[in-house]
Design a protein around this ligand. Structure first.
Ligand SMILES: C[S@@+](CC[C@H](N)C(=O)[O-])C[C@H]1O[C@@H](n2cnc3c(N)ncnc32)[C@H](O)[C@@H]1O
Length: 244
């Protein structure tokens, strides 16, 4: 059963605790590539959140719909200018069929790992494929698992360390590929913590999920500027096409 860790506290402070995600250097290349891949058709964002990308993409002239599990994140989206143009269906994106077909379906910021079992991730690919127009693109932005950075016997990997934010991943269940992300923030003189489980997944396993769903890999880059993906890349943006 899907659950969201994005409660009212996080929804209200999403921009405050992850300010780097809202800088134009982070947003513009995402919007540019997604607008191009949508090819003039409608787009569906899985885990649309507060509309960080959906709102500027909609302003760019792309018709955008979203699926989101957290009512608090949807409420935050709805409170922003331009939200009227973006439809949202509340539900689990692994299974929710919105109605209609899309030329682009996309998942940003490692959100595929919020599905904590392989079965759910496979189901998500099938659900996306079922809603894509022939030739349409399914795009996933995800990190490459950081296992190479763990010294033998260690389970913790620090990914953020600033004066007001400590973030680290705890690699526990290697067989199920589940790691827990922990965040400690100092906000307004208060210490807040946020932990969520993630099923980390290799790019090659995502390609297999694509094949099971009738999707073929058409592009894989290490960032939104389409820099080449190599064995040393720490993240990828991958695009699969629905076989016609
Ligand atoms: C990391 S945030 C990304 C939000 C937005 N896409 C962005 O780039 O800012 C992940 C979002 O996915 C939502 N989410 C997680 N699992 C979900 C699921 N199974 N179904 C629908 N939404 C889900 C969370 O509630 C959260 O809003």
């Amino acid at each position: 059963m899907a659950e969201t860790h994005f409660d009212d506290w996080v929804a209200q402070r999403y921009e405050r605790v992850w300010p780097e995600l809202f800088e134009s250097a982070a947003v513009d290349p995402v919007v540019d590539l997604l607008a191009e891949l949508a090819c003039g058709g409608p787009a569906l964002e899985l885990g649309i959140g507060t509309g960080r990308i959906a709102l500027p993409l909609s302003r760019r002239g792309v018709e955008v719909h979203g699926v989101e599990l957290s009512p608090a994140m949807v409420a935050r989206l709805r409170a922003q200018p331009g939200a009227d143009a973006v439809g949202v269906t509340v539900g689990d994106f692994a299974r929710t069929i919105v109605g209609g077909t899309f030329t682009l379906i996309y998942l940003l910021r490692n959100t595929i790992t919020n599905l904590t079992t392989q079965d759910e991730q496979v189901e998500c690919f099938r659900t996306a494929a079922a809603q894509l127009a022939p030739g349409g693109r399914f795009v996933v932005e995800n990190y490459v698992p950081e296992l190479r950075r763990l010294p033998p016997g260690e389970t913790l990997h620090v990914f953020a360390r600033t004066s007001d934010h400590l973030g680290f991943e705890e690699y526990g269940d290697l067989a199920a590929q589940v790691a827990v992300s922990h965040h400690y923030w100092a906000v307004d003189g208060e210490l807040r913590t946020f932990s969520s489980p993630h099923r980390y997944v290799w790019p090659s396993e995502l390609d297999l999920m694509g094949r099971l769903a009738g999707l073929t890999l058409r592009g894989r880059w290490s960032d939104w500027h389409r820099a080449p993906f190599t064995g040393d890349s720490r993240a990828h943006v991958s695009a699969w096409a629905k076989d016609s």
